[in-house]
Design a protein around this ligand. Structure first.
Ligand code: CP
Ligand code: NVA
Length: 309
């Protein structure tokens, strides 16, 4: 694995390898309170063009737990492509750190960084995809399929195999998070469907789309939400919130799903908009365990990408 820009850049075996390593690192931390310092002396530069809570803290803590460290650079500090060309930023950082992670408005900037850095480049969210989120989502699906986190850690391969029996329904916008979730479901053999208003589907080939949320969740094991208005789309806020009125995950929609169904959300959640408080805080919600899996997923990814051979 040279870079990590999209789930589909890699073979299913490679993605599964990252997930198995993540579960092993999670188990190691749970059992011993620490991880072996496999990234000792290594640094990750993290470039942010947009705000972040989970991604920033999970990557930074992953580096810390594995014995390395992170250098976090905000939008105004670097001016990616404005103060300095993206290629020059890559060339400079590539001589100083062992990895670069970036959250960008333009996915093309990630490709330029990867072409010129000479060190691994990681997508921390672009307008196209959010593959690091999808790794954590896959761990959460494995936890659900295995019957709990300890069971998944006891048999990571079996837990990942069991994800193939799940039906995941993303209720909302066909966006970056939906695309990466669909792709990781494809890797693991899980059934994926998108429930969205007309005009908001993913344009990827093969995606199963429903414009009827109630019908779509009828046999779902997992309901998944994201904001209706992604970062950079603030000018579409009113139109999108209106268009998505029938795609809110509330108790009525959850009631149309089987009782076994769990609810996920990549967060941040706009409570009362795409998901209600009662669902977020209800017994079927797994959203905070899912957020915590960001840390473990990022460890698996960074260990595979950045540890010395
Ligand atoms: N889910 C996610 O990427 O959260 P942040 O935007 O807070 O990093
Ligand atoms: N789709 C959202 C995800 C945030 C983690 C966005 O791009 O803003």
């Amino acid at each position: 694995m040279q870079h990590f820009l999209n789930i589909t850049d890699h073979s299913p075996e490679t993605i599964r390898g990252v997930l198995v390593r993540a579960l092993a690192l999670r188990a190691e931390r749970r059992a011993t309170g620490q991880n072996a310092p496999v990234l000792a002396g290594r640094a990750l530069a993290m470039l942010f063009e947009k705000p972040s809570l989970r991604t920033r803290v999970s990557f930074e803590q992953a580096m810390n737990h594995l014995g390395g460290h992170a250098v976090v650079l905000g939008r105004d500090e670097v001016g990616l492509g404005k103060r300095e060309s993206v290629a020059d930023v890559a060339r400079v950082l590539g001589g100083m750190v062992e990895g670069i992670a970036a959250r960008v408005f333009s996915h093309a900037h990630l490709e330029t960084l990867a072409a010129h850095a000479g060190v691994p480049v990681v997508n921390m969210l672009s307008e196209v995809s959010h593959p690091a989120q999808a790794l954590a989502d896959a761990l959460t699906l494995a936890d659900v399929a295995a019957g709990g986190p300890e069971a998944a850690e006891a048999d990571p391969v079996g837990a990942l195999d069991a994800v193939a029996g799940l039906k995941v329904v993303f209720v909302g916008d066909g966006n970056n998070v939906a695309r990466s979730l669909m792709r990781v479901c494809g890797v693991l053999g899980a059934h994926f469907a998108l429930a969205c208003p007309e005009g908001y589907a993913l344009d990827d080939a093969g995606v199963v789309v429903s414009h009827d949320a109630v019908a779509a969740v009828a046999d779902a094991d997992v309901l998944y939400a994201d904001t209706f208005v992604s970062m950079g789309e603030e000018d579409q806020k009113d139109a999108k919130i209106k268009a998505f009125g029938d795609f809110v995950i509330d108790q009525k929609l959850l009631g149309a799903a089987p009782g076994r169904a769990v609810v996920l959300h990549c967060l941040p959640a706009y409570r009362g908009v795409e998901i209600t408080d009662a669902v977020m805080d209800g017994a079927q919600s797994r959203v905070f365990a899912q957020a915590h899996n960001r840390l473990h997923a990022q460890k698996g990814l960074l260990a595979e990408l950045m540890a010395p051979a």
